[in-house]
Design a protein around this ligand. Structure first.
Ligand SMILES: NC(=O)c1ccc[n+]([C@@H]2O[C@H](COP(=O)([O-])OP(=O)(O)OC[C@H]3O[C@@H](n4cnc5c(N)ncnc54)[C@H](OP(=O)(O)O)[C@@H]3O)[C@@H](O)[C@H]2O)c1
Length: 246
């Protein structure tokens, strides 16, 4: 099967690309560094020629509602329109558990992405995942200084590699035309994960957990109902991974 991975050079994108290649699939990577711009559409029709499925894990790092909605709105519209022209049979998008319960400018863009996928004419599946194990390191990298201030975020984090494998499995299995969820095996606070990452790095930085919005603090990011569970635990992942130094 030919699978196009939008954002295939990113954190989870590289894992999706590896998982699809190890499954024997023909993979096309869509990224600006590879000459395809999802904001302008440049190079997209060529990239999607002959693709059976698209897995969209493209991303913008922002807290701004306007920027997030512009990015996920435009890139999703372009991917769906080009997918339709190319005869793509399955559009798989990665979203976030609780995106419709927790208020955040970034999440507004993800909701726009979900709305467009659901309203589009390309058969689809949306996988909502919880925060990746890598998320604590990503946050530490974004808040400089000796004290990292992190809002209280109750999560049920999951290994990005397991989410990547699930995205490929979903793409191959065919469209469900519904939203499904994936989480890890344990509930943890992101601040506690960040402390563990710093300890593993031998860093002396401190983590200060501050109160967050009610929905986030009260478990709005936790899965409800039917959920696929990853098997890897955070401590195992940390022991196996050279966590990125913030
Ligand atoms: N982090 C988490 O805990 C978490 C949890 C659940 C879901 N997610 C979702 O996972 C997805 C991927 O996140 P990530 O952290 O892996 O992303 P990331 O590392 O920031 O990677 C972003 C990817 O998007 C590509 N990209 C950005 N702008 C582009 C454009 N205009 N045209 C084409 N490609 C473009 C980048 O390549 P170039 O720069 O070369 O263009 C890169 O391959 C996001 O949708 C996020 O919402 C994340």
């Amino acid at each position: 099967m030919r699978i196009a991975v939008a954002g295939g050079t990113g954190l989870i994108g590289r894992m999706v690309t590896d998982a699809a290649r190890s499954g024997g699939h023909d993979v096309v990577v869509i990224s600006r560094s590879g000459g395809v711009d999802l904001m302008t559409g440049a190079g997209l029709d060529d990239a999607l020629r002959g693709a059976d499925a698209v897995i969209d894990v493209a991303n913008v790092t922002t807290l701004s509602r306007a920027e997030s909605v512009a990015f996920f709105g435009t890139t999703t519209e372009r991917l769906l329109a080009a997918g339709k022209r190319a005869g793509v049979a399955h559009h798989v998008a990665l979203s976030i558990v609780g995106v419709d319960r927790v208020e955040s400018g970034y999440y507004e863009g993800k909701l726009r992405q979900e709305e467009l996928v659901k309203a589009g004419t390309v058969p689809w599946t949306i996988l909502r995942a919880t925060q990746f194990f890598e998320f604590a390191g990503q946050i530490l990298g974004r808040v400089p200084g000796p004290v990292a201030v992190i809002p209280k975020m109750r999560s049920q984090p999951v290994a990005a590699a397991e989410v990547a494998a699930e995205l490929v499995r979903i793409a191959v299995a065919g469209p469900l035309n519904r939203v499904v969820e994936m989480a890890g095996p344990d509930r943890l606070d992101i601040a506690a994960m960040a402390r563990e990452v710093l300890r593993a790095q031998g860093s002396r930085r401190l983590v200060l957990q501050i109160p967050a919005g009610r929905a986030m603090a009260e478990g709005g990011l936790l899965p409800t109902g039917e959920v696929t569970l990853g098997r890897m635990r955070f401590a195992e992942w940390l022991a196996d991974t050279a966590a990125p130094r913030p």
